[in-house]
Design a protein around this ligand. Structure first.
Ligand code: 13P
Length: 297
């Protein structure tokens, strides 16, 4: 059976470990797994993401979902954190996203600029910070340098660093695309190499494994793809993201395969809040049922 990475194996300083312990064992199911509610899509994709369920345009809908759904944390940008987090402070952990961008310019040379600091996260009572790293774009060098400064502050202030590791750009497109096994596997490794405490990746698509050059075409032809991505992340806890809205059963299968592969948890946004109330809450219950089967021991 696949074992899940424990906090004690992560080599964390006291503040980071305390905060991650709070997230993983004092919230959600309290069994070491994580269910995060991301709500940065209003910036990243624009208001179009709220057309499917207009109620979700209001942070209050998200707050209600986070609380009633028993999430381990919500990931939001500084503006919403400043204006809304106090309404439910302490009841659900805050992951402050430190960088972000709109989808208006093309992603080809994507770099997500910083607009908040680790010190802001401390001031707001956050339990982690989030950083979006684009792996493989021509702007990668500047991205790595920007991440280095965040990593140092996070280390100094005892703040867990969660890296959204997104493969992007023409080079990735030529090697199977951003959801290919190659891209996701490499992105998880990259985040671990650069000092992430937790890494968020897209679900690796096994059927795209062969779209890349050797040795990927033969080395990774069998088994649970998530398991291999978890191994690539080493002592960095791994989260799998939801992606565009899909059917219930497909999402539950994705969640189960992720957890069976050793992921610490799920960070599902649109698939949760693009549903109207109370359908959204019912779907969260199904996700929690999956997590309940995979406690971290
Ligand atoms: O982490 C995420 C966005 O920040 C994932 O969101 P989605 O589940 O909507 O893809």
């Amino acid at each position: 059976m696949t074992t899940r990475l424990t906090l004690d194996q992560c080599g964390l300083n006291t503040g980071k470990k305390t905060r991650l312990h709070r997230i993983l064992y004092r919230h959600g199911l309290g069994n070491g797994t994580a269910l995060f509610l991301p709500y940065d899509q209003g910036l990243e994709h624009g208001p179009r993401d709220f057309f499917a369920n207009p109620d979700a345009a209001s942070p209050r809908y998200i707050i209600r979902l986070a609380l009633e759904g028993g999430f381990n944390g919500i990931a939001i940008q500084i503006g919403l954190a400043e204006k809304f987090y106090w309404d439910y402070a302490g009841e659900v952990p805050l992951i402050l996203k430190l960088n972000g961008k709109t989808e208006i310019p093309s992603d080809a040379e994507a770099l997500s600029p910083l607009h908040a600091t680790v010190a802001d996260a401390v001031r707001l009572g956050a339990d982690a910070v989030g950083y979006t790293l684009y792996v493989g774009t021509p702007a990668q060098e500047r991205d790595f340098a920007q991440l280095q400064a965040v990593r140092r502050d996070a280390q100094r202030l005892g703040m867990p660093l969660i890296v959204w590791a997104y493969p992007r750009g023409a080079a990735i497109a030529a090697k199977g695309g951003k959801d290919s096994f190659y891209a996701v596997h490499y992105a998880a490794r990259t985040a671990g190499e650069l000092g992430a405490d937790m890494v968020k990746v897209n679900f690796p698509h096994p059927e795209k494994r062969t779209a890349v050059p050797a040795p990927y075409d033969r080395e990774y032809s069998t088994g649970n793809a998530v398991e291999q991505v978890v191994r690539a992340a080493n002592r960095t806890l791994l989260l799998i993201s939801g992606g565009a809205k899909a059917g219930d059963d497909a999402m539950i299968e994705k969640a189960s395969e992720s957890m069976a592969g050793g992921a610490t948890g799920l960070i599902f946004g649109r698939n949760v809040w693009q549903r109207p109330w109370p359908e959204s809450l019912r779907f969260v219950t199904r996700l929690r049922d999956v997590l309940a089967k995979y406690p971290t021991v």
